[in-house]
Design a protein. Sequence first.
Length: 189
Amino acid sequence: MLVKDPRDVEERPADPDVVVLPRAPGGRPPGLNPFAIFGGALLLTALTFGSALGLLLRSNVLSPTEETLPPATAAARSATPTPVPVRVTAGAATAERLDASTYRVTFTWTLEGARAGDTALLRFSVGSRVVSEQRGALDANIFTASTGVFTITTSQECSKDGWSAELISLRGVAPVGEPTSRAPGATCG
């Protein structure tokens, strides 16, 4: 009697529509090679990560024409208009005695190209000593736009060396011309 290996015995199913396939050597169903499954999974993983890495690297590479183009911010900076300096002609300053040690000093300038609202920086001196700097805007109280006359009145201590006021900047730019208005000194006593 011949003994058959129980694995080689085909059992017939009760259902005639069911087909039983013979087993491959090693007891695996046909078509399920573990090396093929592992290789396919490895290939899909490599393609997924490789394409993502390729896109990342590609986005940092510039073509030769892109490297030579100037940045967009440079064009925007050059389009900003540069402030035009204001032409200044200093007028004579006057000093009027208020009491024994104080004078009212009025400084004047004629400004060509200035507008109401422009910012101004002034430096006041008594003799050769700088006593203060003031920043403000040209308004109707001190500037007449139609004539360009700019007038500042201050109260200063007595000085035999005189008083001066220098217009340092208008609109953030140094003015052109004569920016210093001077008043002669007085006899203090």
